[in-house]
Design a protein around this ligand. Structure first.
Ligand SMILES: *Cc1c(COP(=O)(O)O)cnc(C)c1O
Length: 711
């Protein structure tokens, strides 16, 4: 056992410390309840952060717990299952691929959405990376993650009284975060010096435990670095291009060197989005330095590397001017045995060095994140493969999924325990198994849903109350934040990044039409919005302003709310508590979208355009589609038609079905659709199905190819 970080914990329950420092607790409801039991109010105040809870808890409470037989019983059961999970040899991957299971697979990502207590993600990409790692642990895939800890993270959002977004940065308190030194001695820093071209920086390495998957996070905020370099990892997506290229060098090249310094030798590498692609160059450099030719080395790297691209929006693909590349990689190309021009050719695209093009050229296994996005991506990047037809471009697709144990509400999980059997967690990607959902009594399913809805509304009110009390905000803001929401009204949720193509304001296209629906005396409708705009996205900020103004407008009667600071914690409440999840991006720009999957897993119905995952998920009975399937892959601009289709659905189908009740107030038709949603979506859009695809279609073949191309 390491040095004790929480000396106040009595010996009898000292392993609470191990639990707190393994985020596995966050998807194990027993462990969650155990921490909550220690001090329910503090648990809530810390936003479910056991490290902070153990730092702040009153000593007498923890001594009481150590003497409480009920607590001790739960403690033993929780630890037993925790230990069994970490050592389980009979998990899926080791059972199917025992040889490869003894090796390591590296996963590089610029962001990881793991838990609210670690704000190192901005949105979908990060959450996906987090879910990827969590599910890998559950399946026994020997993944090792590499990324950054950003001490100032992504910004917190406040909305000022006039409705404009304010970006607030808070310093991460490392002692309250679920990170520990990567060093064997927790009191020692794990410091690595990186020299790449003109860049020379020190990074300190932290480890996050996700079940059996370790994640190594680099932090440049160390005394040894000059001021500018200390700021390198300060914020996620902050700074200019110069800052960005330096960050990406540290991420890709540095990340690999850190793994080496830790003695980790993966046989397969996965680059999550182009930000991480310098890792591929560094792998080639290592092999060339050991004596291989560039071509031999590149062939081995390609055959053992996976690249996932996440967006069809061109601005989402990093590109650097050549002079910047020359400045930072001066001399590096010699170590690759390339000339400067050959080196620049590796990413050459439209007169700059494009990270996606680099990744496409240096990996054999490339994919988009939904079936439709795969097609869009092949068209988009055919330019990088001029000799091939569009449908031959070697980019496939693996549709994203979400980590079921993280996103399904525990209250619903308990209902599944009763009617599907406790094995539902282990079998949650088994399609026929989910037919059992049909056996859940309507009333019980509805009661759990109503409970989750009330919890969400309580959360919304609590936030508004604390802003009123602590920050003395304007009364109008307290209303805009959702204090007047009606627990019995049909509630639509729209929570995601605010950016033009997602069209947050589409539902207000004809204001009188939506107002008539909202203000209907017998069948009211209300809408909760939440989401951040990127600090540089003026259009996104205007959209927030527009919606916030409506939320504060008397004429909307408190039926529109904007809840500040969308992040994982609030995402749980919204995706679990609304009735309808609305998604109306401009097709085909939503590569996949995952929040609708979270809503569906909690039995909430999607109303969505047929873009991203919904193009595959919609079956005619499990929610609604706005408009027709896309006819081609061109960007679709017809807001009038989409708004019309949305209104017709709401007026003619969604609202009537919701309010069609029996004498006890149960909407049987609606509940039928909820069951159909659970049955058809949980097993197909979970991270488990996704990881099994990555493993069997890419990781394992890449590992075998690696044997053949070894140099
Ligand atoms: C799931 C999630 C997202 C991604 O949602 P999209 O549907 O892809 O927009 C973004 N932010 C948070 C906090 C999430 O939980």
């Amino acid at each position: 056992m390491n040095t004790r970080r929480f000396p106040i914990i009595p010996e009898r329950i000292k392993r609470l410390e191990d639990l707190a420092y393994n985020l596995k607790w966050s998807w194990d409801y027993r462990a969650r309840l155990l921490f909550k039991r220690l001090d329910p109010q503090l648990w809530k105040n810390t936003q479910h952060n056991p490290v902070r809870l153990l730092n702040e808890i009153a000593p007498e409470r923890i001594i009481d717990a150590a003497n409480d037989p009920d607590f001790l019983r739960e403690y033993e059961v929780t630890l037993k299952s925790f230990d069994r999970d970490s050592s389980r040899k009979e998990k899926w991957f080791p059972r199917e691929f025992p040889d490869i299971a003894r090796q390591k697979i590296a996963y590089f990502s610029a962001e990881f959405g793991l838990h609210t207590s670690l704000p190192i993600y901005s949105g979908g990409l990060g959450i996906l990376a987090g879910d990827h790692c969590k599910e890998s642990s559950d399946l026994g895939i020997p993944l090792v993650g590499a990324g950054f800890v950003y001490p100032q993270g992504y910004f917190h959002q406040r909305i000022q009284s006039e409705g404009w977004q304010e970006d607030v940065y808070e310093l991460l308190e490392r002692k309250n975060a679920p990170i520990e030194s990567a060093s064997a001695d927790p009191d020692q820093r794990f410091l690595v010096e990186l020299n790449v071209g003109s860049l020379s920086v020190f990074v300190v390495v932290w480890r996050v435990n996700l079940g059996s998957v370790p994640l190594y996070l680099m932090d440049t905020d160390v005394d040894e670095n000059p001021h500018g370099d200390r700021e390198l990892s300060a914020r996620l997506y902050g700074g200019d291009k110069e800052h960005r290229i330096r960050q990406e060098i540290v991420l890709g090249v540095g990340g690999l060197r850190v793994l080496r310094a830790l003695g980790i030798q993966p046989i397969v590498f996965h680059a999550n989005e182009g930000h991480t692609a310098f890792m591929l160059l560094e792998r080639v450099r290592e092999l060339v330095q050991e004596g291989a030719s560039f071509e031999e080395a590149a062939e081995h790297v390609r055959s053992t590397s996976i690249f996932t691209t996440h967006t069809p929006v061109p601005a989402g693909h990093d590109a650097f001017p050549f002079h910047m590349m020359e400045k930072h990689f001066a001399g590096y190309w010699d170590e690759l045995k390339l000339t400067k021009d050959q080196f620049l050719d590796l990413g050459r695209f439209n007169d700059s060095f494009n990270m996606t093009v680099l990744a496409l050229r240096m990996t054999r296994w490339c994919n988009g994140v939904s079936h439709l996005h795969g097609k869009v991506t092949r068209r988009m990047w055919q330019v990088a493969f001029p000799e091939l037809q569009e449908d031959q471009v070697p980019i496939t697709s693996v549709t994203n999924g979400v980590h079921a144990p993280t996103w399904i509400a525990p209250e619903l999980g308990l209902l599944f325990d009763r009617y599907l059997g406790p094995e539902w967690v282990d079998r949650h990607d088994d399609i026929p198994f989910w037919n059992r959902v049909m056996e859940i009594p309507d009333e019980e399913l509805w009661n759990v849903h109503q409970l989750l809805k009330r919890k969400m509304l309580a959360f919304v009110r609590e936030r508004a109350r604390s802003r009123w009390f602590e920050d003395h905000v304007d009364p109008k803001q307290v209303i805009a934040m959702g204090t007047l929401l009606d627990p019995d009204a049909l509630t639509i949720g729209f929570a995601r990044r605010f950016t033009g193509y997602k069209r947050a304001a589409l539902i207000f296209h004809e204001i009188n039409r939506i107002k008539a629906l909202m203000l209907d005396r017998w069948k009211p409708v209300q809408i909760i919005f939440s989401g951040k705009a990127h600090p540089a996205d003026e259009h996104g900020k205007h959209l927030i302003h527009q919606i916030y103004s409506l939320a504060a407008d008397h004429g909307m009667a408190g039926h529109v709310a904007f809840v500040e600071n969308y992040e994982m914690h609030s995402a749980h409440f919204f995706t679990q508590g609304v009735d309808v999840w609305l998604n109306n991006p401009r097709p085909p720009l939503e590569a996949c979208g995952t929040s609708g999957q979270k809503a569906a897993m909690n039995g909430n119905l999607n109303v969505s355009v047929l873009d991203g995952w919904w193009y595959e998920g919609y079956n005619g009975n499990n929610g609604w589609a706005i408009g027709d399937p896309p006819e081609d892959l061109e960007v679709h601009y017809d807001d009038n038609a989409d708004a019309e289709a949305l209104y017709q659905l709401l007026e003619q189908q969604v609202v009537p079905l919701y309010y069609n009740r029996d004498q006890q107030g149960l909407p049987h038709g609606w509940i039928q659709m909820v069951k159909e949603t659970l049955r058809s979506i949980v097993p197909r859009f979970c991270a488990r199905r996704m990881l099994k695809e990555y493993a069997s279609r890419m990781y394992v073949p890449a590992a075998l190819e690696g044997e053949r191309t070894r140099v």
